[in-house]
Design a protein around this ligand. Structure first.
Ligand SMILES: [Zn+2]
Length: 220
């Protein structure tokens, strides 16, 4: 199947929100993903990994119009060439790049035409040291980041997203998701539409299934 043309899509959400979404459950994972998940000892980390993989399926579903369960996800390591770890890709959509990220209760995922990378960090996280950033970033990137923690964290997620895209993506967008308290970046070859999951409703009687779970995506 050909890649869907048009914008890239990137989503951010709290892990618990993603895991509470109807239609997204652990049984969407491939057997190899389930085995990897089962090997994670720390429950919070396991939840983050699961949520990032489910959010990725949601992104792909919204781009392709296919149900989330139709997404076959694979990973191949660019270093050793083995499957099951390394850069994620969709065997059924060779033109569509995908990426996922998770960090301490927040997750992000992205899908778009061509190389795609996404990264997320809690906004309260201490950024990489100035020394590390000096090693990794260009002069212009360092100047843009500025000396403050917030700028350095944004520069870091930007760097990570670009790295995951193989350094090839022409466009990088960094944004703060105030509601989930996350800073995220997506690197893609197409203008990125970003979305945030809607907060879970306060319980009132029987739970209503939600089909969408987020506000309309907004453009830059
Ligand atoms: Zn490897």
């Amino acid at each position: 199947m050909a890649a869907a043309p048009g914008p890239a899509l990137a989503g951010v959400g709290a892990t618990r929100e993603v895991l509470a979404l109807p239609g997204l459950s652990e049984d969407l994972l491939a057997p190899w993903e389930a085995r990897r998940l089962a090997a994670i000892r720390l429950p919070a980390r396991r939840d983050d990994v699961l949520a990032s993989r489910l959010l990725l399926r949601l992104c792909v579903s919204r781009l392709t119009g296919r149900p989330p369960g139709d997404t076959e996800l694979a990973q191949r390591c660019p270093d050793c060439g083995k499957l099951g770890h390394g850069r994620p890709y969709l065997p059924g959509h060779p033109g569509l790049g995908v990426s996922l990220s998770h960090a301490d209760g927040v997750v992000a995922a992205a899908a778009g035409p061509g190389p795609t990378g996404v990264d997320v960090e809690p906004a309260v996280r201490r950024p990489a040291s100035a020394r590390t950033l000096r090693r990794l970033l260009t002069e212009a990137e360092l100047r843009a980041a500025g000396p403050g923690d917030a700028g350095r964290l944004r520069a870091w997620v930007r760097f990570e997203a670009l790295l995951k895209a193989g350094g090839q993506a022409p466009g990088v967008r960094v944004w703060s998701d105030a509601r989930t308290g996350a800073v995220a970046a997506v690197a893609t070859g197409a203008p990125a539409v970003v979305f945030s999951l809607r907060p879970p409703r306060a319980p009132r009687g029987p739970e209503e299934p939600r089909t969408s779970g987020d506000p309309p995506p907004h453009s830059p």
